[in-house]
Design a protein around this ligand. Structure first.
Ligand code: NDP
Length: 308
C-alpha cells in the first residue's frame, strides 16, 4: 500500500478529496491517501508552502514532496525539506495564466480604458494599432511564460522572450543573459514578468533596468512581487512608464495604505492571475506517484541550486 500524506491544508483537501482518489486509481495505484499518516510511514507528500507540514525531517522514507503551487520560493528556503521536490505544472493553471495575460495585454493594446472610463461625451476616434505594431516581451519562458508568449504571437504580436537558457519557441525570438535582458527591455511596449523568484531574479526590474524601458511602456507582473523594486517602479511610472498591472506583491494582501492602491498608473489585482485547478492537477500528482513507483524519473523536479 502506497501512503500519501495530503498536507496542503484543509481548504485544498475539501477540493482534492473529490478528484485525487479517482486520478490515482486511473493510474492503477492503490493508495492510502490521508491528511493524517505517521511521518515515518509516508511515501509521498502533497504539499503547499502554507500547508500543514513545515518540518519535513520526520518523513524519512518520503520519495517526493509534490507542491501544488507553481512557485516554490517558500519551500526551497526550508532547510528541513531535503527530499526531492516537484513544482506544479498544471494545464488548468497554465490556461488561466494565458487568459489573464492575454486579457491585460489586450486591455492596454486596444486602449480599452479610454472608452470604459471616459464616457464624457467626447468622440475619441483614435484607431488602435494592430498587434503587429506592438512588441511584447515575456520575461521567463517556462510552463507559463512560453504558453503566454505563444498565444500572444498567434494573435499577431511580435514577441520576444527571455530565459536562462536558449530555446526554440515558434513565433518567439528568444534571448538570454544580461545583454539579452537589456535588448528585450529596450524594444518592448508591453513587458510581462513570469520568471520565478530566486536570488538572481529578486529586483530584476530595478531602477537601472526600468530606465531602459521606452516612454509609455506597460508592465504586467503576474510572477512575484519582489521581481520589481517597488520604489523604483513608482519613480519610473512618475517619470516615463505608461502603466503597471500588478497581481503579486512583496506583502500580500497588499496593505490598504500601500501607494499602489491610489497610484493613477497602477492596476492592482489580488493574486488571481491564475491558480492550480484540482481537476487537472490531480492527474499531474498521480502521474508523478506512478513514476515514483515504476522507478521512472519524476516530472518537474526543482533544481535546488537554481532555486526553481
Ligand atoms: P518555470 O520554472 O516553468 O519557468 C521559469 C522560467 O524563468 C524559465 O524559462 C527559466 O529559464 C526562467 N528563469 C528562471 N531564472 C532565470 C534567470 N535567472 N534568468 C533568466 N531566466 C530565468 O515556471 P512557471 O512558468 O511554471 O511559473 C513562473 C512563475 O509564475 C512561478 O514561479 C510563480 O512565481 C508565478 N505564478 C504566479 C501565479 C499567479 O497567480 N500570479 C500562478 C502561478 C505561478 P529556463 O527556461 O532557461 O530554465
Amino acid at each position: 500500500m502506497i501512503r500519501v500524506l495530503f498536507a496542503a491544508g484543509a481548504k485544498c483537501w475539501s477540493e482534492y478529496e473529490l478528484v485525487l482518489p479517482e486520478a490515482l486509481e486511473a493510474k492503477g495505484l492503490t493508495v492510502d491517501l490521508s491528511r493524517d499518516h505517521a511521518p515515518g510511514t509516508v511515501d509521498y507528500i502533497v504539499t503547499a508552502p502554507n500547508g500543514d507540514v513545515q518540518d519535513y525531517r520526520p518523513y524519512r522514507c518520503c520519495k517526493l514532496v509534490q507542491n501544488i503551487w507553481a512557485g516554490v520560493e517558500n519551500l526551497t528556503d526550508n532547510p528541513t525539506l531535503t527530499q526531492p521536490l516537484a513544482r506544479m505544472v498544471d494545464p488548468g493553471l497554465t490556461r488561466g495564466m494565458v487568459e489573464w495575460v492575454t486579457g491585460h495585454v489586450l486591455r492596454h493594446h486596444l486602449g480599452m480604458d479610454r472608452h470604459i472610463l471616459g464616457q464624457d461625451g467626447i468622440w475619441r476616434s483614435e484607431i488602435p494599432p494592430l498587434a503587429a505594431d506592438r512588441p511584447v516581451t515575456v520575461l521567463g519562458l517556462g510552463a507559463l511564460g512560453s504558453a503566454c508568449a505563444t498565444t500572444l504571437s498567434d494573435l499577431g504580436f511580435p514577441v520576444r522572450g527571455w530565459a536562462r537558457r536558449d530555446k526554440e519557441i515558434p513565433g518567439v525570438e528568444v534571448f538570454s543573459g544580461h545583454d539579452g535582458l537589456d535588448a528585450v527591455l529596450r524594444d518592448a511596449q508591453i513587458v510581462v514578468l513570469l520568471v520565478p523568484l530566486t536570488a538572481l531574479t529578486r529586483h530584476l526590474l530595478n531602477a537601472e533596468r526600468l530606465a531602459l524601458l521606452k516612454r509609455n511602456t506597460i508592465i504586467l507582473n503576474p510572477g512575484r512581487g519582489p521581481l520589481i523594486d517597488d520604489g523604483a517602479l513608482i519613480a519610473a511610472l512618475d517619470s516615463h512608464l505608461g502603466h503597471a498591472t500588478l497581481d503579486v506583491f512583496e506583502t500580500e494582501p497588499l496593505p490598504a495604505d500601500h501607494p499602489f492602491w491610489a497610484h493613477p498608473k497602477v492596476t492592482v489585482t489580488p493574486h488571481i492571475a491564475s491558480a492550480t485547478r484540482p481537476a487537472t492537477a490531480a492527474t499531474v500528482i498521480a502521474e508523478n506517484i506512478r513514476r515514483g513507483e515504476a522507478g521512472q524519473p519524476f516530472q518537474h523536479l526543482v533544481d535546488r541550486e537554481r532555486g526553481y
